[in-house]
Write a protein of this length. Structure first.
Length: 266
């Protein structure tokens, strides 16, 4: 889901995940630290990567079961608290991630701390793959918006797979083309829609087609997705309430006139 925006906020707590000699704030329950895993993993949370979830990820759709097993073997599960930062822009990368539960925001920051939220990653979504293909540093920050669990997949086994079977790279092309499409749409929104229109569009996207929903992000984060200040986004929401298009109580929203909201989002 594409989001582009700017927001103000303090730089969040940093978690540096890939260094196996250091324990990140998000708990690493990978194969490399069984003691930590035994001590900190409640029974209710799986302590091995979910192969079915991995097999359902579009990037891995063409992998054979033994290939899924090979990447799952090398994987680790990481538990994140709200606000934990998996990595920041410019970090030296070694792994990509698949979300098992929770939500992770992909964001860029301006030098004065404002935030532009590029995407929200949810269960089954994959991120952190770009440096695997361009050998550059992290292009953006990844931060947990709520308690989350992610699977961390080291680049090396994937690199070996792509060298052995280059035809698998078609899925990579499709993933990156999808990212470009989302970015194009977000760019067009920033040119063609005003703040009110972008707020309507984001609310519709976050509603997931349900008329009643709980906003999964804070007002600050919503503003970061819309690409406007919190005040301007609040004003837009207040205008929708006045017009009778939505009702709101804290994070609970009810869309009462979807047609008008959709029209405003065009
Ligand atoms: P990486 O560069 O490792 O770190 C940031 C990640 O955010 C990047 O890999 C992609 O997985 C993801 N990402 C970057 N730009 C976008 C975008 N426009 N839409 C969705 N995801 C993105």
């Amino acid at each position: 889901m594409p989001f582009q925006g700017r927001d103000r906020g303090p730089r969040p707590q940093m978690v540096r995940p890939p260094d196996p000699t250091r324990s990140p704030k998000g708990v690493d329950r990978g194969r490399g630290c069984p003691r930590l895993r035994d001590a900190l993993c409640p029974d209710s949370i799986a302590d091995v990567p979910d192969r079915e979830l991995l097999a359902a990820v579009e990037l891995f759709a063409d992998l054979r079961p033994d290939e899924i097993d090979a990447i799952a073997e090398a994987a680790a599960i990481r538990i994140l608290n709200r606000g934990d930062v998996l990595f920041v822009e410019g970090d030296d990368p070694h792994e990509l991630f698949v979300v098992v539960s929770g939500r992770v925001a992909i964001a860029n920051r301006s030098i004065d701390g404002r935030e532009s939220v590029l995407a929200l990653m949810e269960r089954g979504d994959l991120f952190g793959e770009m440096p695997l293909f361009d050998n550059l540093a992290r292009s953006a920050e990844a931060r947990a918006l709520e308690p989350s669990e992610v699977i961390a997949l080291p680049y090396e086994p994937l690199r070996q797979l792509y060298e052995l079977r280059p035809a698998l790279l078609w899925k990579v092309v499709a993933l990156l083309a999808g990212r470009i499409r989302n970015t194009d749409e977000a760019l067009a929104d920033s040119v063609f829609l005003d703040v009110t229109g972008r707020t309507a569009k984001r609310l519709l996207e976050l509603s997931g087609d349900a008329d009643e929903f709980s906003l999964p992000v804070t007002q600050e984060e919503l503003a970061g997705m819309v690409g406007a200040s919190r005040e301007r986004v609040n004003k837009a929401i207040a205008s929708f309430i006045r017009l009778g298009w939505i009702e709101q109580s804290d994070r609970r929203y009810r869309i009462t006139n979807r047609e008008q909201l959709e029209r405003r989002a065009r």
